[in-house]
Design a protein around this ligand. Structure first.
Ligand code: HEC
Length: 256
């Protein structure tokens, strides 16, 4: 029995370790929806417009994304590939030199193909919405889930400038949760400077949702295909059941 208990603990150890290794700030939860093609299509547009300038997705081909997301190739070529020398069959890379990028940002922008798998979609979703104004940092912003980040807030004109009134302790407390007793927001000490962003809070959350949904697709494109295959397999089994049942009846009709 003891042996089994130890084995069980070893199996569970990585789960608890990764849970404890997360950020101190609670993450907003994120439901990936690979069936929502419209969201994924918008997400791809957001990604190439706002992220591909600095980050690559070097394992993702434009054409594969076009096929999976049901965007006609001509539209991708016309609107989503900005480099005229690039063909649709090529990977989603950019021209940023890594060595210079390290000097400009402190750290070069990492490849994002597998980022949503590496950090989890919850983390990426929270990260992109958690930049706040901090004049002491080189780009004038800091991030609640990635302290002293080297990335500028590239979505600031959409979200608006986030002002942080939190003490460090509050920042790492139950930020954004509702107190069940008073109904008030706990740690609601971040606010958006009025009229500084072009989107409402809901529009911005949707924008980032689509973007992260696309990043989740990139991390595991085969999931989309396996979902479809699963449906075909179930349909096949239902049809097979009809014949198997008829055969069973035929075999058993004389046995009583
Ligand atoms: C101006 C260049 C630039 C743009 C544009 C940009 N980033 Fe970044 N990003 C960076 C840099 C530099 C880092 C590395 C920061 C560090 O390690 O301190 C980074 C880091 C990140 C990370 C954290 C990586 C990790 O796990 O360490 C994520 C996630 C990310 N970027 C997502 C995005 C997304 C999504 C977009 C598009 C909305 C985007 N970035 C646009 C420069 C950029």
């Amino acid at each position: 029995m003891k042996k089994y208990l130890i084995a069980l603990m070893m199996v569970l150890a990585p789960v608890t370790a990764s849970a404890a290794g997360g950020a101190a700030v609670p993450l907003d939860s994120f439901e990936v929806d690979l069936t929502n093609k419209a969201s994924l299509q918008r997400g791809m547009a957001n990604f190439v417009n706002r992220c591909l300038g600095c980050h690559t997705a070097q394992y993702q081909r434009f054409e594969r994304a076009a096929t999976d997301l049901e965007i006609p190739n001509e539209l991708v070529e016309q609107y989503l590939i900005f480099d005229e020398n690039k063909k649709i069959g090529e990977h989603m890379t950019n021209a940023m030199p890594a060595a210079e990028a390290k000097v400009w940002f402190g750290n070069p922008p990492p490849d994002l193909t597998l980022e949503a798998r590496l950090r989890g979609p919850d983390w990426v979703y929270t990260y992109l919405r958690s930049f706040y104004k901090d004049e002491s940092r080189p780009w004038g912003v800091n991030n609640a889930v990635f302290p002293d980040v080297g990335m500028p807030n590239v979505l600031e004109n959409l979200q608006g400038t986030v002002i942080n009134h939190c003490t460090p302790a509050e920042l790492h407390s139950e930020h954004g949760k509702i107190d069940p007793l008073t109904g008030e927001e706990i740690g609601g000490c971040m606010s958006i400077e009025p009229k500084s962003g072009s989107m409402s809070e809901e529009e911005f959350d949707q924008y980032v949702y689509d973007l992260v949904n696309f990043m989740a697709y990139m991390g595991e494109p085969s999931k989309m295909v396996s979902g479809k295959i699963g449906t075909y397999v179930l349909i096949f089994l239902v049809i097979l059941f009809v014949f198997a049942f008829a055969l069973k009846k035929e075999y058993w009709k004389d046995v009583h």
